[in-house]
Design a protein around this ligand. Structure first.
Ligand SMILES: NC(=O)c1ccc[n+]([C@@H]2O[C@H](COP(=O)([O-])OP(=O)(O)OC[C@H]3O[C@@H](n4cnc5c(N)ncnc54)[C@H](O)[C@@H]3O)[C@@H](O)[C@H]2O)c1
Length: 261
């Protein structure tokens, strides 16, 4: 079993939602945290709010040099990286093509920008974050976990062709990375998994219209949104348990998509 105490977590999107909950969880358990986020004000607030060994870095995960700086900052400040949690993410929902109810003709298409913005942050940004952190973990002989965040959306959600595609990618990456590390004799040193939440009570979800949110909660057997703290605790449990590798762990309060049966 690994201990969180004195371990170092690099968390992107750590100024809000699940990333922020994970940052607090890591600190409460005696760990050290390096938070990267693109919103400067939110980072300032987090810096004031959190106590313990915390570094905050302004970082846009779509930029190679920012991700390199983030990983370097962790090594410079704390000498190691043990958890990589690339949790920066966005949604920009919409139908691929929308049709007029009366004429049946296409009236609107998802813009390329709307598609690419989500791919850039949720997929390319994750790739850059974990690539830069993995390089430093290997070169500095760090033991630990790369924990991606997928979603129940990885199974395919209407209106989320951009988001669902990135989350499906997150569910295959742990297998690719674990296999690559196994080939190089690194898989017992650095594990890779993904957590896949259902609907979590974070700003991203709470920004949805009330009616949409009510309909969502009505589909969740536990009768509520998952709490960000519950996702953070799952990441902690997976980190400690070294038998967990290469897998996707769902946390959704019993949600079964499209079925109450
Ligand atoms: N909330 C949910 O229900 C839910 C469910 C499944 C998966 N997820 C995933 O969990 C992750 C966190 O979601 P959340 O609900 O906590 O969202 P959130 O909006 O509360 O937080 C996301 C954070 O990412 C940051 N961010 C956005 N773009 C960035 C960029 N280019 N560079 C650096 N930081 C950037 C934002 O500033 C914000 O602080 C996302 O990947 C999301 O897809 C969320």
């Amino acid at each position: 079993m690994l201990a969180i105490k004195d371990s170092v977590a690099v968390i992107t999107g750590g100024a809000s939602g699940i990333g922020l909950a994970l940052s607090k969880y890591w600190l409460e358990n005696g760990g050290k945290v390096v938070i990267g986020d693109v919103v400067a004000d939110a980072l300032e607030n987090v810096k004031k709010e959190l106590t313990g060994d915390v570094e905050t870095i302004l970082c846009n995960v779509t930029k190679e040099e920012d991700c390199a700086k983030l990983a370097d900052a962790a090594i410079a400040s704390f000498g190691q990286i043990n958890l990589v949690a690339p949790f920066a993410g966005i949604i920009k929902d919409g139908l691929m093509v929308s049709t007029d109810r009366e004429t049946g003709k296409v009236t609107r298409k998802m813009a390329l920008d709307q598609f690419k913005a989500v791919i850039d942050i949720n997929l390319t940004g994750v790739f850059l974050t974990i690539r830069e952190c993995a390089e430093r973990m290997i070169n500095n002989h760090c033991k630990g976990l790369i924990c991606l965040v997928s979603s129940t959306g990885s199974l395919g959600t209407a209106g989320q062709i951009n988001y669902s595609s990135t989350k499906a990618a997150m569910s295959v990456m742990p297998k690719v990375i674990t296999a690559e590390f196994f080939r190089r004799g690194l898989a017992n040193q650095i594990r890779c998994v993904a957590v896949a939440p259902g609907y979590v009570g974070t700003p991203m979800v709470k920004a949805m219209p009330e009616k949409v949110l009510d309909n969502i909660v009505a589909q969740v057997p536990i009768g509520r949104l998952v709490e960000p703290e519950e996702v953070a605790a799952l990441v902690g449990d997976i980190y400690r348990n070294e038998a967990l590798a290469g897998e996707v762990f769902f946390i959704h309060g019993g949600l079964r998509l499209g079925s109450k049966g």
